[in-house]
Design a protein. Structure first.
Length: 274
């Protein structure tokens, strides 16, 4: 699909009212240095909706912020759903806006995956169904706050996921019966898989926290929803993998030898450690 659509599904903080810094809660952990309630502005949010420590987020303990991606939901809610009227001007509307934002984020994330699926050669047999679901999801993102708050997001996600599963099987068709030399499971936390052949593997929703995947072959691998926090993918080949997001890449460790899909970029903190 077009570069314009990709841009619309990528966060543009300049066009957002800092919604992720206000609407979402977080708890003190290795990803955040203190607790914050949903609907409460982060202490680092400035009056212009920019972060006062943006260039030092990881250094100051906000790794969770550097890994977050709203898929363009922030600017959609700010500029389209609420037509440029920010939450500071209307406390009552602010609460509604904060409730709309995470639902919009889910819809935009689905659009990102559907976009990826539509760009795959192997998905041609599903093209019409994928396009219909993409247009339906886009339609939902353009509706009123009341509509968005009352829609059955779980049911819609289930319909989208069904198509994404079919897409995954088409992409990995010749690897579905492949016998891997390493254990493939949902829980791979801390696993030592350096140099592993994971070509065509199904790692949907896998816990890859602190997993060693250096120099691993992850081509044609389904990585939707996989937890990449502190996953070491230095030198790994992820070109041609499917459903990988920038947020996952941002949460991982890597280097200049890591091969990523062309739609994703090397995170700033990788560059700083190279």
């Amino acid at each position: 699909m077009s570069a314009t659509i990709s841009k619309q599904l990528t966060a543009d903080c300049e066009q957002c009212f800092g919604l992720c810094c206000v609407a979402l809660p977080f708890a003190k952990s290795t990803d955040f240095p203190f607790d914050k309630d949903g609907g409460s502005p982060c202490r680092n949010l400035q009056s212009n909706y920019q972060c006062s420590i943006h260039s030092e987020l990881r250094k100051k303990g906000f790794r969770g912020c550097t890994a977050y991606e709203c898929f363009g939901a922030g600017q959609k809610v700010s500029q389209i759903t609420y037509q440029g009227i920010d939450w500071r001007k209307d406390p009552i509307q602010a609460k509604e806006m904060f409730n709309v934002f995470p639902i919009m984020q889910q819809l935009h994330e689905m659009l990102w995956y559907l976009k990826d699926a539509l760009n795959l050669e192997a998905s041609k047999p599903l093209h019409n169904k994928l396009l219909d679901r993409f247009e339906e999801t886009t339609h939902y993102t353009e509706q009123s706050p009341e509509f968005i708050l009352n829609m059955d997001i779980t049911q819609h996600r289930s319909k989208v996921n069904s198509l994404l599963l079919q897409t995954s099987e088409l992409v990995r068709e010749k690897y579905l019966t492949k016998k891997f030399k390493v254990r493939i499971s949902r829980d791979l936390v801390g696993a030592r898989l350096r140099g592993a052949d994971l070509l065509g593997a199904n790692l949907r929703g896998a816990l890859l926290i602190a997993t060693d995947l250096r120099e691993a072959d992850l081509r044609m691998t389904d990585l939707i929803g996989a937890d990449f926090r502190d996953t070491d993918i230095s030198g790994a080949n992820l070109s041609g993998c499917i459903f990988l997001t920038q947020a996952q890449v941002n949460a991982a460790k890597g280097n200049s030898k890591t091969k990523l899909p062309s739609s994703l970029k090397i995170p700033a903190h990788w560059e700083q450690s190279m």
